[in-house]
Design a protein around this ligand. Structure first.
Ligand code: ADP
Ligand code: ZN
Ligand code: ZN
Length: 744
């Protein structure tokens, strides 16, 4: 290694240690210290031994020789960080705000080597005749039963392994006797721990590409080859067969000798995805996610780095798979929230994937039936090429008929049930025809926002235009800006006294179904029924096999599952997601409604989707029913521009956390004042709008209190500058308050 000094990032959380420390590399370690190695180094006045990653090798250092310390050694047990991942970590740190070590840990989902698993087999080292005569001799002696058992076994099987030792009751001592004599010899073989080893894909037959699918694949491939590092969007209605296009693109990447990463929004979708890909790519497909054992993860990570696999499937952390020549990143269901990290660095996998693709010249393909507003904005600006699949792939399958039911009318007619008359009668009809029904509820009983049952109005913050939520019994609170007001006794817009928090859960829906249709067989899918390994798959498989007529569930049931016998989807309370205290409530609702409706009529039998709502005139509900994304986007863009929300403006959310509520709250106020003083330095067009401090939706968790401060403005550069100056400010403070940034 050229260079004599190692630039080291310590494996310590503290913001104060978030910088590079230089160390001398002693001659004896010249060969083993590399960029990415985990080093042992002395630190502080007591020279305590610490660990840190070497992020650079330097020829010179500004540290005077007498203060320079030596690297103590290289941690052999650590998985080194690839240079590409160190670059990516530096970008994550700068773009999203975190310490370098947090960013590096994010880019290194597998950090520790886990001892290899080896299979041990003992095979004969002498010809068979010799074994047979030995068997005869031993049998003749009569007192060597254990040795005889081993000889019987090896003559029958041709080898001894652990299973045979168990079955024939062979001890280590007897085995040792035979190996010492040179009669048996040990063969060891490393096995890769593959969690999906039994998934072969044989059960899955891949149909040939349709004309449209081929056109999309050809178009995307041409675009990506023309401009390496660029991105394409595949927008296809639910059931249009996007997966087959991805598979084709991956196959072409592999044929060029490159590898691909396939991102899925949640672990629950791994099984079916691996099944589909193994049908095409055999065992050169692997999986990386947090529910695997450390050994499984290490083995798959290493196989990838060695170039032994072609496709890595997994949730957002799979993005950090080391590959010798990454050619393609695919992000399925791009609009899903799970692609965003909730811990520092709060990165979005969409942006991180785009960065990695640019960094290494790979292609990036995003896909969904319901693009996120962020992605659609980059499509409109021409940054991302756009391809569509406007029709369902299966012959005879048509998009569902969507009906909107005005629940205010039901109320006026005196129907207080969860189900409108129309949904109830459609359910009855499907049950008679022995077709299946999905009943869908957004979120398990999200309560908090107040809605008027007479006019549909949700009570919102006058400053932020997001729902206010109940705080205790008598006050309403804005989680963005901290605005608060008493709970009104009547609807501010129509004067009706029927305002209440929505509190409906899947259990309540199930009870209502049972009361109305006592003979219907129901299955319920929510956090209660799916806990435990394989909980999801068990319920989905049972429903797929026709063991129930009605599946009731939260958003888990709308994702990626294909049930040909479902001809009715009931969206019980579309307003639950509309009253979410989030500026993306309409976007989330649009996506949910379209995805849920898309579960109806996936095969020949036509499907119907019923949307029950108190706000039938809301633009996102009308656009979703019509499947008109552009109509939705136009309204949404106007709203966000007006309110200065992302992606049209930048929003920095700073979250403060402390064990003391008073300290947290005072600190947040000081930080807000500091930000205001920084803001005052900016030219008016660059200045941010500061909001808060406020209490986030969960203001206390595990005895830690939280406060937030928000800033909205036009430039990402300025957002990053605000983040950096607040970080510097925090370093000058003594309080033990932690800070987390979220820059959208
Ligand atoms: P999407 O992800 O776009 O919603 P999928 O990829 O899950 O759609 O495909 C939907 C269904 O259509 C699947 O059952 C799939 O097997 C089927 N399908 C896809 N492509 C074809 C094709 N070319 N011919 C016949 N069936 C197809
Ligand atoms: Zn009202
Ligand atoms: Zn507000």
């Amino acid at each position: 290694m050229i260079g004599s000094y190692a630039a080291v990032i310590l494996k310590q959380k503290s913001l104060r240690l978030d910088r590079v420390f230089d160390y001398r590399i002693p001659d004896r370690l010249r060969e083993s210290v590399r960029v990415g190695s985990l080093l042992r180094v002395p630190f502080g006045t007591g020279n305590t031994e610490r660990e840190g990653y070497c992020v650079d090798i330097l020829e010179e250092t500004e540290i005077p020789a007498e203060r320079l310390k030596d690297v103590l050694g290289v941690s052999e047990n650590a998985v080194p960080a690839e240079a590409e991942m160190i670059r990516m970590a530096a970008w994550l740190r700068q773009r999203y705000g975190s310490t370098m070590i947090q960013a590096l840990m994010t880019c290194l989902p597998v950090r520790e080597k886990v001892r290899k698993v080896v299979t041990r087999t003992w095979v004969p080292a002498v010809p068979e005749e010799q074994l047979r005569s030995l068997q005869e001799e031993t049998a003749g002696r009569g007192n060597q039963k254990a040795r005889l058992r081993l000889l019987d076994a090896v003559l029958l099987l041709g080898y001894i392994d652990e299973a045979a030792m168990d079955a024939y009751d062979i001890s280590q001592a007897v085995l040792k006797h035979f190996t010492d004599q040179g009669i048996l010899c040990l063969e060891e073989e490393e096995v890769s721990r593959d969690p999906y080893a039994t998934v072969t894909g044989q059960e899955y037959a891949e149909p040939p590409l349709s004309e449209r699918q081929r056109e999309a694949a050809d178009g995307i491939e041409a675009k990506l080859l023309e401009k390496p590092g660029s991105a394409c969007y595949l927008c296809g209605v639910t059931g249009s067969g996007k997966t087959l296009v991805y598979t084709e693109l991956i196959a072409r990447t592999v044929a060029r000798g490159q590898q691909a990463i396939f991102l899925i929004p949640e672990i629950a979708l791994t099984y079916q995805t691996v099944q589909r890909f193994r049908a095409r790519f055999g065992d050169r497909v692997s999986v990386l996610h947090s529910r695997l054992s450390a050994g499984e993860r290490f083995d798959q990570f290493e196989r990838a780095a060695r170039g032994e696999i072609d496709v890595m499937v997994g949730p957002r952390s799979a993005l950090f798979t080391p590959f010798p020549s990454l050619g393609l990143i695919v992000m399925d269901e791009e609009h899903e929230d799970s692609y965003k990290s909730e811990t520092s660095p709060c990165y979005h996998a969409r942006e991180a994937a785009a960065w990695r693709a640019r960094d290494c010249g790979a292609g990036f393909v995003l896909g969904s039936a319901t693009p996120s507003v962020e992605a659609y904005k980059s499509i409109r600006s021409g940054d991302v090429a756009y391809f569509t699949l406007p029709e369902r792939a299966r012959a005879g399958s048509r998009p569902p008929e969507v009906r909107i039911i005005d629940m205010r009318e039901e109320m006026k007619r005196g129907n207080k049930s969860i189900f409108s008359e129309e949904l109830a009668s459609l359910m009855e009809e499907r049950l008679e025809r022995r077709e299946q029904i999905l009943l869908f509820l957004n979120r398990r009983g999200y309560a908090g926002a107040l809605t008027c049952r007479a006019c549909g109005e949700v009570i919102k913050c006058p400053h932020c235009d997001v729902s206010l939520t109940l705080h205790g019994k008598t006050r309403l609170l804005c989680h963005y800006c901290g605005y608060t007001r008493p709970v009104p006794s009547e609807c501010p817009s129509c004067g009706s006294p029927y305002i209440a928090a929505f509190g409906i859960g899947t259990q309540k829906v199930e009870e209502a179904v049972r009361a109305m249709f006592p003979s219907a067989r129901t299955l319920r899918m929510d956090l209660d029924t799916t806990s435990g390994k394989g909980g999801h798959d068990r319920i989905l498989r049972a429903f797929g096999a026709g063991e129930a007529d009605i599946l009731i569930g939260t958003q888990m049931i709308v994702k990626g599952h294909d049930f040909p016998r479902v001809t009715l989807v009931g969206i019980v309370a579309a307003d639950l997601s509309l009253s979410m205290p989030d500026h993306r409530a309409a976007e989330k609702t649009y996506q949910l409604l379209v995805q849920a409706a898309g579960r109806a009529g996936r095969a020949e039998r036509p499907g119907t989707a019923v949307i029950q709502t108190y706000q039938p005139e809301h633009f996102c509900i009308r656009a979703a029913a019509a499947g008109d994304y552009d109509a939705f986007y136009r309204e949404e863009e106007a709203y966000r521009l007006l309110m200065k929300y992302p992606p049209f403006f930048r929003m920095v959310t700073v979250t403060f956390a402390s064990k003391s509520e008073a300290e947290c709250s005072a600190y947040a106020s000081d930080a807000a004042a500091f930000l205001a003083s920084q803001n005052a330095r900016l030219a008016p067009e660059k200045a941010f709008l500061l909001i808060g401090p406020a209490q986030p939706p969960v203001a206390k968790r595990k005895d830690v209190y939280y406060r937030t401060v928000c800033a909205k403005g036009s430039s990402l550069q300025t957002a990053v500058w605000l983040k950096d100056s607040l970080t510097a400010w925090a370093l000058s403070r003594k309080e033990k308050v932690s800070i987390q940034f979220d820059i959208r």
